[in-house]
Every structure is written in C-alpha cells, then in structure tokens.
Design a protein around this ligand. Structure first.
Ligand code: FEO
Length: 394
C-alpha cells in the first residue's frame, strides 16, 4: 500500500499487522510498520530506509506500482535490520544504487549485512545530496537509539525523516497521525521501551530537529506527523526532570502475604494523597510497565522471598528499571519472607545505575500482623514526605 506524503514523496514501506514481539522482548499489541520513503527528484531517485526482510515483498510491490525502474540512492538512517535488512536484496534488484550513510553506520552494515565497502557513499553532518528539485540534508542524531543513527531532511518540502526517533509501534494505514490520544500512548510506549535510556542525549537531537523547522516528521515506525509540535512537545515532557505525584508498585505474591502489604500500602498512600499504579509482575505487559516508569516519582518493588532471594520476576523488574533509566527519584523494596534470604542485596545489586534515593527496605516475616501494618503506614508516610520535599505534591 502506497501512502503519499507530498508530491514526489511516498511511504512505500510495509505494515506488519501480525507481529507481536520486537527484538524478542518488546510486546507489540498494535503490530508495527517499517516505513520506507521514496523521494523522486527530477534526475535521481532515493529510497530512505528499507523494511524488515520478511516484508520485502510489500516494498517491492509498492515500487512496482510506482513504476520505479531505478533507485540511485538507498539512504540508511539506522543499521538495525528492521530498516536496513532489505538493503542486500534491493542491491541485487538495483545494482547501481549506492547506500548513503555515515561512517559508523557503514561499518555496522558491513558487519551486520556483509555489504562490501564499495557499495557505500558516506556522508557527514550537514552534507547535502541533490536529486533534482529535491535536496537531502544529513544530520547526525546519535543514540536514538544506536550510536550511528542519523536524520535525513528533505529541504524543499521540509520533511524530517527521523527513522526510530519519534516513531511508534503501530500497524496502521493512516499516513499521518489522526487519532492523537491513541498515537500518544503508542509513541510514549515506544519512547519508554526504546529511547528512555538515552534521555539526556535526546535533548540535543530534539533541538537539532526543531531548528530545521520541519513541516512534517516522518519516522520509520507508525504514522507521520503533520503537526511536528505534537510529538516534539510530548518528547520534551517525557525527557524533562518533571515527575508526577505517583508511585508505581511492581509486585509478585506467592501466597498472598506480599499482596496484603501492597494493598495496605495503596490505601495508606491514598490517605497521604499520593496516586498509585499497581502492576502484577506475573501478568503485566512489559510495555505498560515501561510507560508507567516514564514519569512516576517513586517505584516500589514488592516480592516474596523464594529460593533464598527475590522472585525472578522482581529481579527482572529491577533489571529493567536499571536499564531503562527512568527519571524516578525514589525506589523502595518491600515484601514478605519465611526464614531469611538475600532479597534486598540481590535487588539492590540490580539497581546500581539509577541515581535514586533508596528507601529503607520493608521486609516482614510471614503474613502481616497488626504491628506490620503500622510499619507499612510509616513506609507510605515516608514516601509522601519525599514527594512533598521534591515538590511533586501540591
Ligand atoms: Fe526500528 Fe532501531 O530499529
């Protein structure tokens, strides 16, 4: 299915309705798309990014429908295979095409795709490539989300092709974002899962894109944006240091004791006017947990002690928080145990990259007793005080 962006620019990529998992870790409840953009100049034709090899046929059908008999340049903004993986096959069909990318991306693609060096034309920050009436400008936007990522800007039409940056995993026939509520959620999910670890560096890239004053932002997943301010402002909010008066409780409970602690904590936090989100780590969607992490102030990991330590899903949650590096300011560990174990040490050792304040852990023996509920109330009070001190509670 061809989706026209403006005259001479088409999304000829593929929609992957049935894909449920990305990178063998990221759930895709809405599927995804791999947007590849054909830019037809008066003299030359460029294809910006390609598609996951499994969906190459859709791309080839679209090129055939547009009667594309030659491609002069395949611009590769990012070496990850969902965008670069079809380059080797395309080079067989269009043997005279040159792969246009930066040095780092070239070296990645020589390793990942076994492309030979003579297939490439490398570009640097600010270089331009004229196609005849359409000029591509290349801007290095590293770490969104690999070190080699770049953005291609079509100067005459003011379109920024940002690849993963500003993308969303959404299989849709909509060329442009229309259902803003829904796309906000998907874009936030994408940010949380893919971009959040690079929050600091993204600031510089946003500024670079803003300076271009684009009229359209065309990422390589999900719909394009005719109102770039929508997605740019959303990113500005997500990457800012601002957090909400919210606690995210990620818990596992084997026989109900830890769950009773969680329920009590939710009640007490409510009494202290702190909002709460609760996720059961056995059933929760990983992407939803990542979204929750974007702007909460406090994360609590609650676990029973099993096999002399935390439940493996609680370790996974700690590892995930550590890797995603959310802007949360406070972390707490709580749970119920039977006869000891290394729950706190093991969880702490998985949280080492976070610049957060760790609350005094709250572990209780067995089913909570009257005096334990008082400890939970104190725990909630401490969290509320932190929120007040941090200025997130009005
Ligand atoms: Fe959509 Fe990093 O690949």
């Amino acid at each position: 299915m061809i989706r026209k962006i403006v005259n001479g620019v088409y999304n000829v990529g593929a929609i992957h309705w049935e894909r449920t998992l990305f990178d063998e870790i990221v759930p895709l409840p809405q599927g995804t798309s791999y947007n590849a953009y054909l830019v037809k100049g008066e003299k030359k034709t460029a294809l910006i990014d390609t598609v996951e090899p499994e969906k190459l046929e859709q791309l080839l059908n679209n090129l055939e429908e547009l009667e594309v008999d030659k491609i002069d340049y395949i611009v590769s903004n990012h070496a990850e295979q969902d965008h670069s993986g079809s380059i080797p096959d395309l080079l067989k069909i269009y043997p005279n095409a040159r792969v246009v990318t930066n040095e780092k991306c070239k070296s990645f693609e020589m390793d990942l795709l076994h492309l030979s060096e003579d297939k490439f034309m490398t570009v640097k920050e600010g270089d331009t490539l004229g196609l005849g009436g359409k000029t591509l400008k290349f801007l290095m936007t590293p770490w969104v989300h690999w070190p080699e990522t770049m953005t291609t800007f079509l100067m005459e039409d003011k379109i920024a092709f940002t690849c993963d940056f500003f993308g969303s995993h959404a299989a849709t026939t909509h060329t442009f974002a229309e259902q803003y509520d829904r796309i906000y959620h998907e874009a936030k999910r994408y940010y949380a899962e893919i971009m959040m670890p690079f929050r600091q560096i993204i600031t510089r890239n946003i500024e670079k894109i803003e300076k271009l004053n684009p009229e359209i932002i065309a990422p390589s997943h999900g719909p394009a944006y005719r109102e770039p301010g929508f997605i740019i402002n959303a990113y500005r909010d997500w990457i800012s240091e601002k957090t909400k008066n919210e606690v995210l409780i990620l818990y596992v409970s084997m026989h109900g004791s830890t769950k009773k602690m969680v329920d009590a904590l939710v009640d007490y936090l409510g009494k202290y006017r702190v909002e709460v989100k609760v996720r059961d780590l056995i059933t929760a969607d990983l992407g939803e947990i990542a979204i929750d992490m974007v702007d909460v102030t406090t994360i609590i990991i609650a676990t029973p002690t099993i096999l002399a330590g935390p439940h493996p899903n609680a370790v996974y949650a700690a590892y995930l928080a550590n890797a995603l590096k959310p802007k949360a300011k406070v972390i707490g560990i709580m749970g119920s145990y039977g006869w000891g174990g290394r729950t706190v040490d093991i969880l702490k050792s998985n949280l080492g990259s976070l610049r957060v304040e760790l609350l005094e852990p709250l572990l209780i023996k067995g089913l909570p007793r009257e005096e334990d509920y008082e400890k939970i109330r104190e725990f909630a009070k401490k969290i509320a005080e932190k929120h007040r001190k941090l200025g997130v509670m009005k």
